[in-house]
Design a protein around this ligand. Structure first.
Ligand code: F6R
Length: 365
């Protein structure tokens, strides 16, 4: 069932143009310049009353939630708090009546996420879930939800679920935003940008050859840093997690500007930094963070807009991706990081589909 692919993980990475199209199918409404979801079970009034969202998840799904925080803030102007499910379940945070708890989970069976959802429900909050596995415990127990429709994810390292979670969060942000301040012109622009995404991802996958060269150069590293800002900070966390879990190389994700507050002490000629630096609002800021690393002799791998000479003049290696609006950059930049982890793990001789010590679905606390 892996088809022509040697591993489930690689197959699932390459499925992303289709899985993203599936996440959006039938959900974008050009006429009203909004999105809609069959199973949300929230009326327009309830939706309008939401004044805070608490997102909860584990692992990769938690990183998607962190992207969701930026999306909801920018597109819907709704305050968001993101909390690890394992922490939320034992916290007792004050939440008012109009707070909605949104659980994100690929499997729908993660024990901590399920417990956090149940505890929120018990307290009388409306609970929603963004879930991939149809009919799973979390999908059944939430008051409403959105399925990813990404198909089974078999590789233990989550890939296509992450990009679909972010796409669903962007659609939810559009939906919420359109009940608030977003104009229909803005809504229509977002719809067009979302609809273009599957083709953009097809193009992004062409970076695979560049990724292979980079992997060969750095597969011997003992430590790797992943750095990004704003929308790309959670992607830095996710890139580091992918590398750790399948290649067993130590990696850390940081907001690029935090480096100077301590972690830059780790930088030396054997510690590469992967910079997420496509064109956008914070481009100049990230470039100066990159210079700081170069000045300490650290090798720099840049994930950058195609043909960006300013980046290639500084970085040791560049992996090129297509330009998209900033709120979609998490989806596009995740692709080379998934491929990089995959290629490095292969070179290290690791079993990418079944990394040691890990299970696909963590049903114990
Ligand atoms: C990372 C990974 C895990 C899961 C986490 C949550 O690649 O697969 O970190 O993301 O265990 O799983 P779900 O999304 O099924 O709740």
């Amino acid at each position: 069932e892996k088809g022509d692919f040697p591993h489930h993980m690689l197959k699932e990475i390459y499925e992303q143009p289709e899985t993203l199209a599936n996440a959006m199918r039938g959900r974008l409404e050009a006429d009203n310049a909004t999105a809609h979801f069959g199973g949300l079970n929230l009326g327009a009034q309830q939706l309008r009353q939401i004044d805070r969202v608490v997102m909860t998840a584990c692992g990769t799904s938690y990183h998607a939630a962190l992207v969701g925080e930026y999306l909801f803030e920018e597109l819907a102007r709704v305050p968001v708090e993101v909390e690890y499910a394992s922490e939320l379940r034992y916290r007792n945070p004050p939440m008012d009546r109009n707070t909605v708890v949104l659980a994100l989970t690929q499997s729908g069976e993660t024990a901590d996420t399920l417990a956090a959802l149940r505890e929120s429900k018990r307290m009388g909050h409306t609970t929603l879930a963004i879930c991939n596995a149809v009919g799973s415990s979390i999908a059944r127990e939430a008051d409403g939800g959105v399925y990813l429709h990404a198909g089974p994810e078999i590789g233990v390292a989550s890939t296509k679920a992450f990009t679909s979670q972010v796409a669903v969060l962007a659609m939810l942000a559009l939906y919420l935003g359109r009940t608030r301040h977003l104009s229909s012109t803005q809504g229509q622009r977002i719809i067009a940008e979302l609809q273009a995404l599957p083709d953009v991802i097809r193009k992004t996958l062409e970076c695979h050859d560049q990724v292979k060269l980079v992997a060969q150069k750095y597969a011997g590293a003992k430590n790797v840093l992943y750095l990004g800002r704003q929308y790309l900070y959670p992607v830095a966390l996710e890139g580091a997690l992918k590398l750790k879990e399948i290649s067993y190389i130590h990696a850390e994700g940081y907001p690029a500007a935090e480096m100077k507050h301590g972690p830059i002490a780790l930088v030396d000629e054997n510690t590469p930094s992967v910079f997420l630096v496509p064109r956008g609002n914070v481009f100049d800021k990230v470039m100066s963070n990159m210079q700081e690393i170069k000045a300490r002799g650290g090798p720099v791998i840049a994930i950058a807009s195609a043909g960006d000479h300013e980046v290639s003049a500084v970085a040791d290696d560049v992996i090129e991706i297509p330009d998209v609006p900033e709120y979609l950059q998490p989806i596009v930049t995740a692709i080379p990081l998934q491929l990089l982890a995959y290629e490095i793990a292969l070179l290290c001789g690791c079993d990418v589909d079944k990394p040691r010590n890990l299970a696909k679905s963590v049903t114990v606390e």
